[in-house]
Design a binder for this molecule. Structure first.
Ligand SMILES: [Fe+2]
Length: 350
């Protein structure tokens, strides 16, 4: 039996932006012509949201939060370094990057070879917290042999997963690229081979919203846009099968989920202004206790109602950990109302 480490983290795009830009999604929603007057009035916003915003649109609070996240990423990196995986399988959302009009599989194992990426080249601005030049290049190690082994094992066990040997459009999806950039905060290098495992988390809006927000005018039409994401219970089955396949493999494997939880710009009932923190808290309490039945019973309607689309990555991780009989050794819930989404870190040690 190969040893398996379970790790939940985030790819926190805000960490790649300036502190003063951490509330840009909220300000974009406020500028929507269909925002109701009542929702524009800060007096009607939750008190913790107003507290984080302060009088500078959250800039000061973002600076403090950045340091909290950096500490958690350092801890996650340490857990990986202590474990020394032969391969990392990372569940992450494809936000209209390689899953778009020409093909949208529910899941895809990206069995890439090593790839050189230039993360700052494809962004609106090459400004970055590390002060790196726009053409800065990183080598990400792949593991095609293990990727083919995983896809084969899943298909043979009845999980008809898609696979790819090279990207179709985007050189390396944000969920995976950001996570590595943040886990390598000190720029010591990141030499662990990675198998990105893409999940169609954005479902009914993946093409329609191009992986981001929809105009408020479309908020009542979402069910008619694109076909849905895979449902949460199926994600748990895929995670469980991944754990079974990798446990029989010759490789020490880290199974990682990388995403934040409820997203403000996906939470239409809050007019995209703040995330569904209470719904996240309920799921998190179940995670902490190892109460997997709460996770099994969750529905796509609940995911969509609470803007928890990206938590589907975590359903894959929890399915894997349930299969291995694990509960988290430690975990943290980092609440935020102003900065798009709460964040969870969780460790399931071998
Ligand atoms: Fe994402």
């Amino acid at each position: 039996m190969a040893e398996i480490l379970g790790l939940g983290c985030t790819h926190r795009p805000l960490m790649l932006r300036r502190d003063e830009d951490w509330t840009f999604m909220m300000r974009t929603a406020l500028a929507d012509p269909d925002m109701p007057e009542a929702y524009k009035d800060p007096a009607n916003w939750p008190a913790p949201l107003r507290a984080e915003l302060g009088d500078d649109w959250g800039t000061a609070a973002a600076g403090q939060a950045r340091e909290v996240y950096r500490r958690h990423f350092a801890e996650a990196r340490q857990a990986l370094d202590d474990f020394k995986p032969d391969v990392i399988i990372m569940f992450g959302d494809d936000q209209y990057e390689n899953f778009k009009e020409d093909i949208v599989p529910p899941f895809a194992v990206l069995a890439y070879e090593d790839r050189d990426i230039q993360p700052w080249k494809h962004r609106r601005t090459s400004d970055n917290p590390w002060g790196e030049p726009a053409d800065k290049s990183f080598r990400l190690r792949g593991h095609q042999e293990a990727g083919k082994y995983l896809a084969t094992g899943l298909i043979e066990s009845g999980i008809d997963v898609a696979y790819a040997y090279k990207p179709l459009h985007h050189p390396f999806g944000h969920a995976f690229e950001n996570t590595i950039l943040l886990l390598d905060d000190k720029r010591a290098g990141f030499d662990y081979p990675l198998i990105p495992f893409s999940v169609n988390c954005y479902g009914r809006r993946v093409n329609a919203a191009r992986g981001l927000r929809l105009p408020l005018a479309m908020r009542n039409d979402i069910r008619n846009l694109d076909p849905p994401s895979p449902n949460p219970a199926r994600c748990m089955q895929v995670g469980a099968a991944t754990a079974r396949v990798m446990a029989k493999s010759p490789w020490r494997t880290a199974i990682v989920a990388s995403s934040s939880w409820s997203h403000s710009f996906l939470t239409e009932k809050n007019y995209q202004l703040w995330p569904d923190v209470p719904a996240d808290r309920r799921l998190y309490q179940a995670l902490e206790k190892g109460d997997y039945s709460t996770w099994h019973d969750y529905t796509t309607d609940q995911i969509e109602d609470s803007g928890q689309h990206e938590v589907l990555n975590w359903f894959c991780l929890l399915g894997a950990m349930e299969e291995l009989g694990r509960k988290p050794d430690r975990s943290t819930f980092i609440e935020t109302w102003a900065f798009v989404s709460p964040v969870v870190f969780a460790y399931y040690l071998p």
